[in-house]
Design a binder for this molecule. Structure first.
Ligand code: PLP
Length: 449
C-alpha cells in the first residue's frame, strides 16, 4: 500500500470532507527547509500559507532546532502548577517587552482555541468578582473566527464552522463587521472614517450592561477571507469599551508576531486590549503553545485568599511546556537579532506589485488587498457588481488543486486566495509563487468564468 492509502485507512484529517481525498489524496511530506516543503517523492512545494499561518521563520530553522534539541536533553515537560522553569520565566520577561504596554500577566495553554476559552472565562469571572455579576454575555464581530471549541465557536460567526452546532452555543451579540471590499457606504479604506462603527455603538447601547467583553480579530478577519479593516475602527472600539465598562479581547492568534507588518495588529491602532490571545507564530509554528495575556487589573480580580474562591481554576496538561518555551524564546531572538520585521517590510511591497502585475487586471479578480506580508486575492463572478462565485462552484478549491500540483501550497478560503508566507520569504520566492498562482488562476478561469 502507498503512504496515501495507509493514511486514508485510518486518518480523519482536520477541516476536510474526507470524500474529497478519494480524488485528491493527502500529499506525504518528508521534510522542510526554509519556505519549502519536500514530498517523499522529492517534489518541492513553496509554502506560502506558513503551514496554517503558524510557521513564522521557515521550516527547520537551525536556531530553533538547536534550542529545542538543547532543551530536550534537560527537561521535556513538567507540571506547571506550583512548579516553574527558566524557559517560561525568560519567555514572559521577553514578551513583556514587546506586547502592547499595560499587558503584564501571562497564562499558558496549548492551542489558540484554548487561549480564547481562557480569555472568555477570565472576562466572565472578572466581572463576577468585581461586583458586576449581571455582565455575562459576549459581543463579537460578524464573520469572526476564534477557534473550534464550544466557547470559541460561540463567538465566531462563520456558518461553515458553527451552523450545525448552534443549539450548543452561547447566545452572543453579533456586531455587523466592517466589510471594506463591499463597503455599504461606498468608501475606500484610505478615506474611511468608519461610519460602519455606528453598528457597534448601537449594539453597545442595547447590550453593554449585560456584556462582559467584546472579542475581535484586530484589523484582519483571517478566516472570513483575509478581510482587512482600518485601525481607526479598533481605536473607536477601545474607547467605546472604556466608557461602557466592557473588556476588550484581542485575538492576535493569527495576526501576532509581525504578520501585519508590526509586532501586533493592535500596535497599528496604538491600543492595549484588556486581554490578548497569542499562539501560532509564538513558537515559530513548531510546537503547540498559547498565551492569554492580561492587564494587572484583570489579574488582580482573581488574587485573594484561597478560601475566597477567586482563583482561575483552569489548566491544560501541557501548559508552559519547556520545549515550546525554548522554541518561542529562539523565535524572539531571531525576530529581533535578524531584523525580521524590517526585512518583511521590504519584501511586502514587492509582493504587492508582483500580484497586481500578474492578476490585477484579470476579469475575476475583484480586489488584491494586503496588510504586512499577508495578501488576499478576492475572486468574483462579476468584477463590477462584486458578486461572489456561488460556493458550490468551489472555485478556490479547484484552483488549490491545480496550484498544489504545480508545487505551490496556497490554500484558499472560499473565493479568496491568500498568501500568508513565512516572514523570511525573499523576492525570488515571491516571484515564483506569484507566477504559479497566476498560471493556476488563468487555467481555471481562462476568460472570466
Ligand atoms: N483565532 C484565530 C484568529 C485563528 O485564526 C485561529 C486559527 O486559525 C484560532 C483562533 C484557533 O487556533 P487553534 O487552531 O490553534 O485552535
Amino acid at each position: 500500500m502507498t503512504v496515501e492509502e495507509r493514511d486514508l485507512k485510518y486518518i480523519w484529517h482536520p477541516c476536510s470532507q474526507m470524500k474529497d481525498y478519494e480524488t485528491f489524496p493527502p500529499i506525504p511530506i518528508e521534510r522542510g527547509e526554509g519556505v519549502y516543503l519536500y514530498g517523499i517523492d522529492g517534489k518541492r512545494y513553496l509554502d506560502v500559507i506558513s503551514s496554517w499561518w503558524c510557521n513564522l521563520l521557515g521550516h527547520c530553522h537551525p536556531r530553533i532546532n538547536a534550542a529545542i534539541t538543547d532543551q530536550l536533553s534537560r527537561l521535556e515537560h513538567v507540571i506547571f502548577a506550583n512548579l516553574t522553569h527558566l524557559p517560561a520565566v525568560e519567555l514572559c520577561e521577553r514578551l513583556a517587552e514587546v506586547v502592547p504596554r499595560g499587558l503584564e500577566k501571562f497564562n499558558f495553554s496549548d492551542n489558540g482555541s484554548a487561549s480564547v476559552e481562557c480569555a472568555l472565562k477570565m472576562a466572565f469571572q472578572y466581572m463576577h468578582q468585581t461586583g458586576r455579576p449581571r455582565k455575562t454575555r459576549f459581543m463579537c464581530l460578524s464573520d469572526g473566527y476564534h477557534g473550534e471549541t464550544i466557547g470559541a465557536l460561540s463567538v465566531g460567526t462563520l456558518d461553515l464552522y458553527a451552523k450545525i452546532y448552534k443549539p450548543m452555543l452561547m447566545d452572543v451579540v453579533r456586531i455587523p463587521a466592517p466589510d471594506c471590499y463591499r463597503c455599504p457606504f461606498g468608501l475606500t479604506r484610505e478615506e474611511c472614517g468608519c461610519p460602519c462603527f455606528k453598528e457597534a455603538e448601537r449594539c453597545f447601547e442595547q447590550y453593554a450592561e449585560e456584556t462582559c467583553a467584546v472579542i475581535v480579530e484586530p484589523l484582519l478577519q483571517g478566516s472570513a477571507g483575509m478581510r482587512i479593516y482600518p485601525p481607526l475602527y479598533l481605536k473607536k472600539l477601545r474607547a467605546l469599551c472604556d466608557c461602557s465598562d466592557v473588556l476588550l479581547i484581542a485575538d492576535e492568534i493569527a495576526t501576532g508576531f509581525g504578520r501585519t507588518g508590526k509586532m501586533f495588529a493592535c500596535d497599528h491602532a496604538g491600543i492595549t486590549p484588556d486581554i490578548m490571545c497569542l499562539s501560532k507564530g509564538l513558537t515559530g509554528g513548531y510546537l503547540p503553545m498559547a498565551l492569554t495575556v492580561t492587564t494587572q487589573a484583570v489579574f488582580d480580580a482573581f488574587y485573594a485568599d484561597y478560601n475566597e474562591g477567586k482563583a482561575f481554576m483552569h489548566s491544560h496538561t501541557y501548559s508552559g511546556n519547556p520545549l515550546g518555551c525554548r522554541a518561542a524564546l529562539a523565535v524572539q531572538d531571531i525576530l529581533r537579532g535578524d531584523k525580521i520585521l524590517e526585512q518583511a517590510a521590504e519584501t511586502a511591497p514587492r509582493l504587492t506589485a508582483l500580484l497586481n502585475e500578474a492578476l490585477g487586471s484579470h476579469p475575476n479578480v475583484g480586489e488584491i488587498r494586503h496588510i504586512g506580508l499577508i495578501h488576499a486575492i478576492e475572486l468574483t463572478a462579476d468584477k463590477r457588481t462584486k458578486a461572489p462565485f456561488p460556493s458550490e462552484k468551489r472555485i478556490g478549491y479547484r484552483i488549490y488543486r491545480r496550484v498544489v500540483e504545480k508545487g505551490l501550497l496556497l490554500r484558499p478560503l472560499g473565493n479568496v486566495l491568500y498568501f500568508n508566507p513565512p516572514l523570511v520569504i525573499d523576492e525570488n520566492q515571491c516571484e515564483e509563487a506569484v507566477a504559479l498562482a497566476r498560471e493556476a488562476v488563468c487555467e481555471e478561469l481562462p476568460s472570466g468564468g
